[in-house]
Design a protein around this ligand. Structure first.
Ligand SMILES: [Zn+2]
Length: 168
């Protein structure tokens, strides 16, 4: 996988992890630039902008709506922040406009969505996940399964605690 062949979308973890854009095909959203607080990643960001190696784009509304639906379906909705969803929306948009896109992120929930939309990703610090997983809730007492978005933390059958679990 040659990085220079791809249009790369960067989230905050890419900058925090020290990813350095080395060509002009790097993209992020305005919120990521505001989110970066530590000096090292701020310098990296400013240098990338100065060098013309980073473009800041606001994704279109239709892609944000598509992301909401995707997150809902995958069970990642609760784990994705507003910024995460916007970066995914930008990925969907670029995927539609460009030939090859790749996400640079250490965030597992974002990586999970990339698997679903078939966009390759590269992790900086952590290793990427290999499988698509979904979340479900399960009672620790009677083992009854609940959907990932079940609102209560108590089992309706036995009254035990319900925990969130990874499902393959
Ligand atoms: Zn139970």
């Amino acid at each position: 996988m040659k990085l220079e062949e791809y249009h790369k979308i960067l989230d905050s973890s890419a900058f925090i992890g020290g990813y350095t854009p080395s060509d002009e095909k790097n993209y992020t959203i305005p919120e990521v630039t505001e989110e970066l607080k530590d000096l090292k990643s701020r310098i990296l960001l400013e240098k990338s902008l100065e060098d013309g190696n980073l473009k800041i784009i606001n994704p279109k509304k239709e892609y944000i709506e598509e992301t909401e639906r995707l997150a809902e379906r995958s069970g990642d909705i609760l784990r994705l922040s507003k910024i995460d969803k916007k970066i995914i929306a930008l990925t969907l948009q670029l995927k539609n406009e460009q030939e090859k896109v790749m996400m640079i992120t250490d965030d597992y929930s974002i990586q999970n969505i990339m698997k679903i939309i078939k966009v390759p990703f590269k992790a900086i610090i952590t290793e990427g996940i290999n499988e698509i997983y979904q979340w479900e809730k399960i009672c620790i007492g009677c083992k009854k399964r609940y959907p990932h978005n079940y609102p209560s933390t108590q089992c309706e059958i036995c009254g035990s605690k319900i925990i969130k679990k990874k499902r393959k």
